[in-house]
Design a protein around this ligand. Structure first.
Ligand code: HPA
Length: 250
C-alpha cells in the first residue's frame, strides 16, 4: 500500500475541498507551509499541504520545500501529486487546459534542494525522469475517464515571484519548455530523494509572456481560468482517489 498525498499551490482556495483535520508537524528542516491537512476526496482522507500556506502568503522562492515533503513523508505519503498553476508557452496549450508534464527544466536558484549533506552525505539522485511515469499515467487516465484531455510536455521552473520577460519565455521555448511555473522544483527532486513517486497536475491559467493575444492582463486571465479549472482538477483528483481505492492503493 503506498499512501497518496497532495501538495496544492495557488489553486487551493478555488479547489474548495473539505479539511477534516489539521496536524501541526515538526521537521528537522523547520515548519512546513501549513499543517498536514486531511482533505476529504471521494470520501477518503488524503494528507495535503498548502504549498503557499493556508492564507496564501508564502511566495514560491520562500516555500520550505524540504519541510513540506518531509512532513508528508512522516505522515506515510509515498505517492505525491503536486497541483500547480502554469503559464502556457506552446501554441496549442491554451489557458484553461490541464497538463501532466513529462519532463522539467530547472531555472530556479538558491533554494534548499537536497536532504543530503551532513550526516546523510552527498546525495546524487537519479533524475533523468523527474516524474513517476506510473502516477502521471494514472492522472492522464483519470482525465480520460472524465473526457478531460491532458497535455503532456516540459515544465520550465522559474524563480519568481515575478513573471517572466518575453525574451525569457522565448528562451524557455527554444529550450523545449511548453509551460512555465515556479514550484515543481525542488519539490520533485526532494520527493525523489525520499523514494516518493511524484507527478504534477498543472492547470494552465494564462498565456506566458509574449504568447496569446496582445493586451490581455495576466491577472485577468488567471481570474477567469482558476475557479473553473480547479473544479476539473477536483474531479480528476476524485477519480484518481477512487481508482487507487479500488486497487487498495491508497
Ligand atoms: N509564469 C510563471 N509561473 C506561472 C505563470 C507564468 O506565466 N502562470 C502561473 N504560474
Amino acid at each position: 500500500m503506498s499512501k497518496l498525498g497532495l501538495i496544492v499551490g495557488s489553486g487551493l482556495i478555488a479547489l474548495d475541498i473539505d479539511v477534516a483535520a489539521r496536524a501541526q508537524t515538526h521537521t528537522p528542516y523547520g515548519p512546513p507551509s501549513s499543517p498536514v491537512l486531511s482533505v476529504v476526496i471521494a470520501g477518503h482522507r488524503i494528507p495535503c499541504i498548502a504549498r503557499h500556506g493556508e492564507a496564501h502568503a508564502i511566495a514560491p522562492h520562500e516555500v520550505n520545500y524540504r519541510a513540506n515533503v518531509w512532513a508528508l513523508y512522516q505522515h506515510g505519503v509515498r505517492r505525491l501529486v503536486g497541483v500547480n498553476v502554469v503559464g502556457t508557452i506552446a501554441a496549442d496549450f491554451r489557458p484553461g487546459e490541464l497538463a501532466v508534464p513529462e519532463q522539467l527544466i530547472d531555472y530556479t536558484w538558491g533554494r534548499e534542494s537536497t536532504f543530503g549533506g551532513g550526516e546523510r552525505g552527498v546525495l546524487h539522485a537519479e533524475f533523468a525522469e523527474p516524474f513517476s511515469a506510473e502516477l502521471a499515467a494514472e492522472l492522464v487516465a483519470a482525465g480520460g475517464t472524465l473526457g478531460i484531455a491532458m497535455r503532456r510536455g516540459v515544465y520550465g521552473v522559474t524563480q519568481g515571484p515575478r513573471l517572466e520577460t518575453v525574451a525569457e519565455i522565448d528562451r524557455l521555448e527554444r529550450d523545449g519548455c511548453t509551460m512555465v511555473g515556479m514550484t515543481a522544483m525542488p519539490e520533485a527532486v526532494l520527493a525523489r530523494e525520499l523514494g516518493i513517486d511524484y507527478a504534477v497536475l498543472a492547470l494552465g491559467v494564462n498565456h506566458a509572456a509574449g504568447r496569446g493575444p496582445r493586451g490581455e492582463s495576466v491577472h485577468a486571465q488567471i481570474e477567469s481560468h482558476l475557479k473553473e479549472g480547479m473544479t476539473r482538477v477536483a474531479r480528476i483528483l476524485e477519480t484518481l482517489v477512487q481508482d487507487a481505492a479500488s486497487r487498495a492503493a491508497l
